[in-house]
Design a protein around this ligand. Sequence first.
Ligand code: SF4
Ligand code: SF4
Length: 224
Amino acid sequence: MEDLTDSIKNLRAKYREIFKTSAKEIEKRIDELKPAGVGDVFDQYPPKSAGALWQTSVLKMFDEDICREIYRKWSEILAYRREFSCTGCGTCCRLACSEFSPQELKIKAEHGDNFATQFLSAFVPYASKEDARRVYPEYITMLEENKEDEVYFYHCPKLNECSRCTDYENRPQICRDFPDNPLALLPKSCGFNAWKQEVEPVALMLHSMLEIVEYYKAHIPLRN
Ligand code: SF4
Ligand code: SF4
């Protein structure tokens, strides 16, 4: 049986290691910009002082260098996905998960959220979690063991009994783009698993770098 809980544990362990390496690398880049005689990058410095100018240059380096590179590499990962194909197993049509309830999605769609609008154009909620469990029991068990927040389960009524989309030409963009994140768990039957395995180490590294940069950006005091 496919043990998704082990997969999640392995992924988390890999992420912790990659995160540590990325944190050291970013710390090194920050130190390279550091003028002599200043303290920590999170300290408060008087406006226009060497420390404050350092903080500004660090934030600039994040935006103009690291984030741009993350975006470029992430785009490459998504472009490379086109080398792989859907095998038509239908699992992603039979079971879609969201942290949002149908009502919350409806409100989001009414407020112009494009993803929510597309999602609701395809998916309807399962009557119960047990109905969803019948489709993909290992996935539901994994969520129960790992996810603290509520998860809502959906399926698309346009999938026929032969696992074919009955409205293929008009399927929404979210269906055409799935999977759009190599860090998402994919069913074993998904034709994009080879893509996921190949790009996962780089995707984990990019994700960790973004997380670290966001932390710095949120905690560096801006005094200029
Ligand atoms: S619209 Fe078609 S491709 Fe999209 S979820 Fe439904 S059955 Fe699948
Ligand atoms: S799970 Fe993957 S292979 Fe299966 S229908 Fe969805 S995209 Fe295609």
